[in-house]
Each structure stands twice: as C-alpha cells, then as structure tokens.
Design a protein around this ligand. Structure first.
Ligand code: BGC
Length: 432
C-alpha cells in the first residue's frame, strides 16, 4: 500500500533561530546580491559539483523561457542545506527574504508557514495546472490547511546503499545482492574487515549520520513502525528503537571518524572512485550525479540497493521552492516556479541531478531521457510504501531534525556506544 503520512506536523512549531543548532556552521559561498528589478534571487544549496550542474541545467531552461529576467545565484554551500537554512532563518526574521528559496516539501516548512514568512501559492497550482501533473501523495504532503506554500522540482530517495564492487571482491561478496536485513549486512561488514577493508562503511557529517539512522529505524521498525514515530503511535522509548540504535552503534563501529565533519561527496569519494578501501555508503540519490561526473557506470563501477530491510519502502524527500512574503520580484519568482514545475524544467534538471521528476505526466519520450537507475526509482516510487525522511525535512520540523543531529553528533563523536542516552535525547528532540 502506498502511503505518505501527513508530513506537516502539528501546529505547535517553534520559530526560533535556535532551530538551526550549533552544527549549522557559517553561511559561505553566497553568490550574487539580493533579488529585485528584473532579476530573481534564488537561494539553494546547490553550489558546487554535481548539484551545481543540475541547477545550471535548470537555469538554462529558465533563461530560454524568460529572456528578460536575470537569474541571480544566491547559493549557500553545505549539503542538505546545513548552512543555507541558518542564513535563511536570519534573513526571513529580518524581513529580508530572497525572491525564492529551496526547502524540502513537508514538515520542514511548517515553522516558516506558522511565522507568516510564506505566500500561499495554491493559485499557481491552478494557473500552471499542477494539480493534474503531480501525484496525489505529493500534493497531500504539500497541503497545509488547504493551502500550498511551495512548488517541487524533484523527488529524491534517501534509503539507498551505494556499493563499491572492488571492495566487495576482496571478501568474495556479490555486489548485486543486497543482504536481507541489518544483521546480515553487519555480517558482511565483518567479512570485509577480516579481508582487510579497514572501514567497510562511510558516513560524513551529522545529517549523513541521521540519514543512515533513519534507514536503520525503517528496517527495524518496518514502515508502519517508523511512521508511528511521527504520529506518536510508536514510542521513541520502545524496544524496537533500542534494537535500531544498537544496530546503528554497531554500524558506526565500521566507519572512519576522520570523515565525520565531511560533506556527503568527500565522505563517499572512495566509493565513487571504487578504490577498494571502502565498501558502502548510505546516501540519497543525488549520488548518481557524482558518479556520472566521475565517468562511473551503474551496474559496473558501482551498484546500489535499498538499505537492507528497507525493501519496498521509498524514503522520500522533495526539493521545492517558495514565494516569500515581501519578495522583491514576485513576478520573477512566479516565472521561476513555472519553469521548475514545467515538463521542460523537470526533465532538464532531474536528468542531471539524479532525482526523479515530481510530475507524473511526462511522455514516454521524456522518460526515456532518464538513466536506468532513475527509471528504476520511478517504478519504486509508484509501487513502494512512501515514508518521509527525517534528515531531509519531510518528516519533522527543522527544530526537531537539528536537535536529532545534535544528539547523534554527541553519540558518534564519543565512541557511538551510549545508546541509552541517544535514545532519550532522540525522544526529546522529536517533541520539538
Ligand atoms: C537535497 C538534495 C541535495 C542533498 C545534498 C538534500 O537535502 O534535497 O537536493 O542534493 O541534500 O546536498
């Protein structure tokens, strides 16, 4: 059964900038100035590498469709928006919004909506005929009290293991076959270690660790149990969560702490290079774009499968764009929202970015432009149970996910063994 929980959480949402937590770092890499006049200032975190290439592909279509509007790149570097979100909160609170900004569809926008930072763009859904173009599950996730506050450009899947065949060869493990569950996966990692692969698994900074953890929760609780964490039907104190956290602790013992401050791309470099030093990395499917950039082929230089125990579950997130209250060039913003939701924009962007289009009405010719991996992901999205990502804003408020990241950082930086404290702190974080 395909389901998407009500991804926008309960109304009580704290607005404070403390939401962004201590790991958010300093905004850096901002390009361009504020929007206005006939230019449209767009904040994303797609500032470099494969993500910037995706943005460039989108901007090309925007320029073709809007020759009289100048795109102003206000990207803030930092995977998963780790820095962009902090800068945005400051700018929004100071009533100095950009013309539009990237955010995840779902609970992440709930505090901005409650603070009155965003215009209702449901009229644009009618004007651009988006209600017919997007799947109902996505529309439901975007709708808050009958209104919609952002327009999605894409859908990503978060629960994917990226596999280096060269490392697995060392232990005689078949890279095409996913282990059945987390225990079987751990057994393979033990074999890899014994075969001389020092760090069978890699993770980077806090949000990549939270992404790994959410997939372990999905494995150990099942999709229903995981969804229950979001609507209160599953307790964070339950035995199922303890089991998942013990698995997470064990998985972390296979990782290299030297990478814990790195962004996703450097943290999975060994896998991208297939250098045989690292076997696995759990990452969203923006990763294929990085493999493409390095000239690597899926099913040859790298493999992927759902995280063991996540079969039939699609851990969902969608990048979307907003119309902030007080934006200087609202017509420019509307033009941007039109491009990113148009078939041309979605094809140009997603074929480069690794994600699948948010539109479900593309023609067979348009779909044929997508990679084998992406066509497979489209099939999964249409068949699997859909659950929202914790690390990428679909499932919980910014404040809750930031508090979860802090708890995880504390846990992993102190040896990843104090499961009882982690469990308590995650439960408290979820209350935000
Ligand atoms: C975004 C992706 C992005 C990834 C890494 C996610 O939160 O949804 O578009 O590629 O972060 O930066």
């Amino acid at each position: 059964m395909r389901r998407l929980v009500a991804m926008v959480g309960a109304a009580a949402l704290a607005l404070s900038l403390a939401a962004c937590g201590s790991n958010s770092g300093t905004a850096k890499g901002t390009e361009g100035a504020t929007g206005g006049g006939n230019s449209v200032g767009v904040v994303t975190w797609w500032s470099a590498g494969s993500e910037k290439q995706g943005l460039d592909a989108l901007v090309k279509v925007f320029n073709e469709q809007n020759p009289n509007i100048t795109f102003e790149n206000q990207a803030v570097s930092g995977g998963s928006g780790s820095n962009a979100k902090q800068k945005l909160q400051t700018d929004l609170a100071a009533k100095n919004p950009p013309d539009t900004y990237q955010a995840h569809a779902g609970a992440e926008l709930s505090s901005d909506i409650a603070a009155g930072y965003l215009e209702d763009v449901s009229g644009l859904y009618d004007e651009f005929k988006l209600r017919e173009a997007f799947p109902k599950t996505l529309l439901d996730a975007l709708t808050v009290d009958g209104k919609i506050y952002s327009v999605p450009s894409n859908i990503h899947r978060g629960n994917v293991v990226w596999v280096s065949p060269k490392a697995l060869e060392k232990a005689g493990i078949d890279p095409t076959k996913a282990p059945a569950d987390i225990d079987a996966w751990i057994a393979d990692m033990d074999k890899l270690k014994a075969a001389g692969v020092a760090h069978p698994l890699t993770v980077g900074s806090d949000w990549t660790q939270l992404e790994l953890l959410e997939t372990v929760l999905i494995s150990d609780l099942g999709a229903d149990g995981y969804l229950g964490l979001l609507d209160g039907k599953t307790s964070w104190e339950s035995e199922g969560v303890t089991k998942a956290l013990n698995h997470f602790s064990k998985l972390m013992s296979f990782t290299d702490p030297g990478l814990y401050q790195e962004d996703w791309e450097p943290a999975m470099k060994s896998i991208i290079n297939n250098d045989g030093n690292v076997a696995y990395n759990v990452m969203g499917d923006w990763a294929p774009a990085a493999f493409d950039g390095a000239g690597k082929k899926w099913g040859q230089d790298y493999y992927s499968w759902p995280v063991p125990g996540n079969q039939g579950v699609f851990d969902f997130l969608a990048d979307s764009f907003t119309l902030p209250v007080g934006a200087k060039n609202t017509e420019g913003t509307k033009a941007w929202l039109k491009t990113i939701s148009s078939p041309e924009g979605q094809v140009a962007f997603n074929t480069v970015k690794g994600s699948i289009p948010a539109r479900s009405d593309l023609t067979p010719e348009q779909i044929a432009k997508f990679s084998d991996y992406q066509q497979d992901a489209m099939k999964s999205f249409s068949e699997d149970t859909i659950v929202p990502s914790l690390a990428h804003g679909a499932a919980v408020s910014i404040k809750a996910s930031e508090a979860m990241k802090q708890a995880i950082s504390k846990f992993t930086s102190s040896g990843a063994t104090d499961v009882a404290s982690l469990q308590k702190e995650l439960g408290a974080a979820a209350k935000n």
